[in-house]
Write a protein that binds this ligand. Sequence first.
Ligand code: NAD
Length: 493
Amino acid sequence: MTTWYDKAASLQADGRAFIGGERVWAKSGQQFENLSPIDGRTLGMVARCDGADVDIAVAAARAAFEDRRWAGKSPAQRKRVLIKFADLMQKHGQELALLETLDMGKPIKYSQTVDVGGASNCIRWYGEAIDKIYDEIAPTPADSLALITREPVGVVAAIVPWNYPMLMAAWKIAPALAAGNSVVLKPSEKSPLTALRLAELALEAGVPSGVFNVLPGYGAEAGAALALHMDVDCIGFTGSTRVGKQIMQMAGQSNLKRAWTELGGKSANIVCADCPDLDAAVESAIGSIFFNQGESCNAPSRLFVEASIKDRFVEKALALVPNYAPADPLDESTVMGAIVDATQLKTVMGYIEAGKSGGARLLAGGKQARTETGGYYVEPTLFDQVDSNMTIAREEIFGPVLSVLSFTDVQEAVRQANATQYGLHAAVWTADLSKAIQTSRALRAGTVHVNQYDGDDITVPFGGYKQSGNGRDKSLHAFDKYTELKTTWIQIG
Ligand code: NAD
């Protein structure tokens, strides 16, 4: 039987950009080396695209949009192509999963289910949706007819992060392509491989050349050139709040392109003493923070537990922590893999030091692991006696680090939960229906969970309040980002 190790050994990753239906190197000839966080091995060279390549890709996307080779197809025709695209992703699912794991370090088990499964489902869902959406006729006076129609915005730039490379790309490109736009996607320089392969599969499925282009490269080069480009109509950005602010500035400073941002988080998970199932709450709190090595925007990194049950809760949590010890991402049984690169490893270790020196009590983890592999691994880490003012309670760590805080009054817990620049996700665990509803209403977050944390479906919007961003990925609402609303008045004789 061929193992994941055999497959990894024979894998040839192509790091060239994808512009106008072809694989090309950057105009400058510049490349960068792509290292795997699993063991530091090289995965090959990647095109280091910059402003010159952005100009070419945007021109290709614009030409494809203007001649309507895609936008002019009926929704049913676009649907058929996108469904074929999703089928091809599943057909090549093992290859895509392997690329994702090698490039980003996540366990192969989840690359197959969450990443390939989720991304192909997303492409399929928007394909299925697009020929079921109707426009509107307004209730105007009888001497006229006013049509309210949706049109594609034109050229969409999608800039995505490295934590779910394929899934974040799919959340942008699926609604943008379904609506008839042309797209230029810039994956993170830390994990560019699956996005490039997706472009080939889209072409094979029938997305015309020029409609979907992928430019790997650095943020300050390819990313900024896209955000500043005068011929990009809309930018869909997922990443840090720091860069999100720059994206909005660049949009304003250039052509006022529509700028949608899905940014960072510091989500609060509030467990009340009347929680209906303490074991479920513990499993969810631990499983959700350590999933994807803690590199999830919506990770519940601040755990507020009511003081009367806190010791019991922490004891149960500590019993589960060893299950998340980092292991080889290519082993099917692994649940926690490698941190994406040396820079992120340093950031996470810096926060662990800040937790210790800031006065929090380290109860588990706190160290690097598997250093002999040459890869980047961090032990699942749990801090108790955390105060809301501590750095580890305020800043997004983006690593496997949980901060436990306690409260005696749920309203105080909500106040602290809301006392952050972020507003992505939040949760409350209680058997009291009124308390659940009052608390979920009071929490300033784009998604609030009650007695669970893993509710997730393509049918519901995903995005944040406050500095967690202004956009919503997923669901039919995502079409609002990639379409213009047009009113057409018709005089009736
Ligand atoms: P990042 O902001 O550093 O980079 C994101 C993307 O922006 C990358 O492709 C990067 O190359 C590009 N970029 C960087 N600087 C740029 C610039 N000056 N101009 C244009 N583009 C630039 O974020 P990251 O480290 O890749 O990802 C982690 C962040 O993403 C976390 O904050 C996480 O919470 C957030 N995130 C949010 C969501 C969400 O849906 N809200 C989902 C996933 C990740």
